[in-house]
Design a protein around this ligand. Structure first.
Ligand SMILES: [Zn+2]
Length: 317
């Protein structure tokens, strides 16, 4: 049985594993040779690329020793990658020097295997659409709410990327709640991310208290559980505003499933109920009954999605 050697390149770590996809749609992918290395982004994009290639060479050797046949390499990369050329065309300050890296050329130095790369948020959505909470959806909207907010639109198993590769950037939908909060994209004109991501929850709570009391969404959720009314209303207002944005996205793309993943989804029922309420009020009547569901592949979703994307790309070649 052959597998895809997959990589998930994030701001703190690069995870890898050999993903064996099941032969029928009801099975589950099997991941072996799971390993990870630190990204160390402060060393710059060139060093991150070099360390990635060393890691890949070592993983290929381990697969060979284990007798695992590798069909190709799938990459879920932070930033906005160009799947056709293997270039990172955009990246934030979380990975300095990452923009402009040529990953297909770098992999070609160590292997002749086909390599295919998609964005990490896109890979997450592909994973959930094929083998996770979005299984069975033909038009899936996948939203990740963690350090930032991202999203992916998966149509019949493949991502819709748009003309510039940025389709699905859900964090930059506008919301009155975000007015005056600086977004990671540089705008302060009311994007949802700076008030609804994990850091966003902390921003909103600190702004309302007028003090720097918390530094993460998890702390706001903890305070809400302890009975802090301002923390509870912050969670609720933030989730309702995000739900309204997701409703707007749904009105535009008409999905048959919506999966929500990421660390903020652990904030509890106050957050989830407000998210669903904001969604239902904003979505058109035909869509307002769609249930927003929790992703179920967790941290393995990007590796699985990268493997699916690479496998489908190789099959279509
Ligand atoms: Zn923004």
């Amino acid at each position: 049985m052959s597998g895809i050697l997959a990589f998930d390149i994030g701001g703190t770590k690069i995870a890898s594993g050999v993903v064996q996809l099941p032969s029928d749609d009801s099975g589950r992918p099997k991941i072996t040779l799971q390993d990870e290395i630190p990204t160390r982004p402060s060393e710059g994009g060139d060093k991150v690329r070099e360390r990635l290639i060393c890691f890949a060479a070592s993983q290929l050797e381990s697969a060979r020793l284990d007798g695992l046949e590798i069909e190709g390499i799938g990459i879920a990369a932070a930033g906005v990658p160009d799947s056709a050329t293997g270039e990172i065309i955009s990246a934030t300050d979380i990975l300095p020097g990452w923009r402009g890296q040529q990953l297909y050329a770098a992999f070609a130095e160590i292997t002749d295997l086909p390599v295919y790369m998609v964005g990490d948020v896109i890979a997450h959505g592909i994973g959930e659409a094929h083998y996770g909470a979005g299984r069975g959806s033909r038009k899936l909207l996948s939203i990740g709410v963690g350090t930032g907010i991202g999203g992916a639109i998966i149509i019949d198993g493949d991502p819709y990327l748009g003309a510039h590769g940025v389709a699905g950037h859900a964090g930059h939908m506008t919301s009155p709640l975000g007015q005056g909060f600086l977004c990671s994209c540089g705008s302060a004109e009311g994007h949802i991310e700076p008030v609804a991501s994990g850091q966003g929850l902390a921003n909103l709570y600190n702004r309302r208290t007028g003090r720097q009391l918390v530094s993460s969404g998890a702390q706001v959720a903890q305070l809400a559980q302890e009975g802090d009314k301002l923390a509870t209303s912050t969670l609720s207002d933030s989730a309702e505003a995000l739900g309204a944005c997701i409703g707007g996205m749904a009105n535009l793309i008409d999905p048959d499933g919506i999966v929500i993943s990421g660390s903020v989804t652990k904030a509890g029922p106050v957050w989830w109920n407000a998210l669903q309420k904001g969604f239902s009020h904003s979505a058109l009547p035909l869509l307002s009954r769609i249930l927003l569901v929790d992703g179920n592949l967790g941290g393995q979703a990007p590796l699985i999605g990268a493997a699916v994307a690479a496998h489908r790309h190789i099959a279509h070649q």
